[in-house]
Design a protein. Structure first.
Length: 340
């Protein structure tokens, strides 16, 4: 068995910087080539990393020496890019979301399965140490039976003068805050507790131009009757916070801090911890996981169906905003739509 995979990266600027650095640090990855429309950044990266700066994405997928591609590209490009990779027998790490729409995402996941390509979706949050500890605490019953949750995943990217044009178009990025930020918690809550059954969402255009819906709030019901609220905004200072309330305690995660409070009769036990995410980078964890699964020819933790499940919640929220009603996930997506 090989001890490294040869990788080509498409998208090395903006968020691509984080992913490319994780790939370079992975001892199971050899970065062979890279592509980005930002030629200056591409040439700089190629010089620093020793990889080849190619002229287009096709050069990456057509290279017989490349085992896998890492895609950190605009949402609306994913469909064709993944298909090209599958056609050339490449494995794919795809930054979330799978696509913008569930119908396309289902087709893409099935296409990868039929083509024998491993497809991992870049939902990195569940790889954070304190998110792993959240799941463990819930499974151990430290907060009793989960009852409800609150989350605010937001940042002020809407004020960035260099925000990509594709994010400012509802056709290429529907329901911007939820699609780009809130979706991380959608994956996380399904990882922590259970799948989402229904959502009801409100969205308004507050500060961004072109009537972009930059502020969103959604109520969520899980299949096991746990209920909660997700806030996601593109115009407030960055915050990544959630609370999970149980019958015997609460888990509170804010940025890199975690607090677990357990109530036992009259006794209140509180455990607090700060995670060093420089030493424990979730991006490095997820990229290393991808490389290992490709080498072992195994399915990744965050596979295509999990990516579609998260996307389905966002599409349901978008429908909820447009039709002003609660939307069930099974109106849009059922697991049996994915081939085994």
């Amino acid at each position: 068995m090989k001890d490294k995979i040869n990788v080509g990266i498409a998208g090395i600027a903006n968020h691509g910087v984080t992913i490319r650095n994780a790939a370079l640090k992975c001892n199971k990855i050899n970065v062979v080539s890279a592509y980005d429309i930002n030629r200056e950044e591409l040439e700089k990266f190629a010089s620093q990393s020793g990889c080849k700066a190619v002229n287009d994405y096709d050069e990456i997928v057509n290279d017989p020496n490349i085992d896998a591609v890492i895609l950190v590209t605009p949402n609306h490009l994913h469909f064709e890019q993944v298909k090209k990779a599958v056609d050339k027998k490449k494995h794919i790490f795809l930054e979330k979301p799978v696509t913008n729409f569930v119908k396309e995402a289902v087709e893409l996941v099935n296409y990868a399965k039929k083509g024998g390509s491993i497809l991992q979706i870049g939902h990195h949050m569940r790889y954070r140490i304190h998110y792993r500890e959240t799941k463990k605490a819930i499974e151990e019953g430290r907060i009793g039976k989960p009852v409800s949750f609150y989350c605010n995943f937001s940042h002020d990217g809407g004020f960035n003068p260099n925000i990509p044009k594709w994010k400012m178009d509802k056709n290429t990025c529907p329901l911007l805050p939820m699609m780009q930020v809130g979706i991380h918690f959608i994956d996380s809550i399904q990882y922590f507790i259970d799948e989402i059954e229904a959502v009801s969402c409100i969205a308004v255009s507050h500060s961004m131009p072109n009537n972009i819906l930059d502020s969103t709030v959604s109520s969520i019901k899980l299949k096991n009757n746990v209920i909660g609220v997700l806030n996601s905004h593109y115009i407030i200072p960055a915050i990544f916070e959630y609370k999970i309330f149980g019958t015997k305690g609460t888990i509170w995660v804010k940025n890199s801090d975690i607090e677990i409070e357990t109530i036992n009769g009259n006794e209140r036990i509180v455990e607090r911890k700060t995670i060093d995410e420089v030493k424990n980078s979730p991006y490095e964890f997820e990229i290393a996981d991808f490389a290992e699964k490709v080498l072992k020819n195994e399915q990744p933790e965050v596979d295509g169906p999990k990516g579609v499940s998260a996307l389905a919640a966002i599409e349901a929220m978008n429908i909820s905003v447009e039709e002003k009603r609660t939307v069930r996930i099974d109106e849009i997506y059922k697991p049996e739509m994915i081939i085994k």
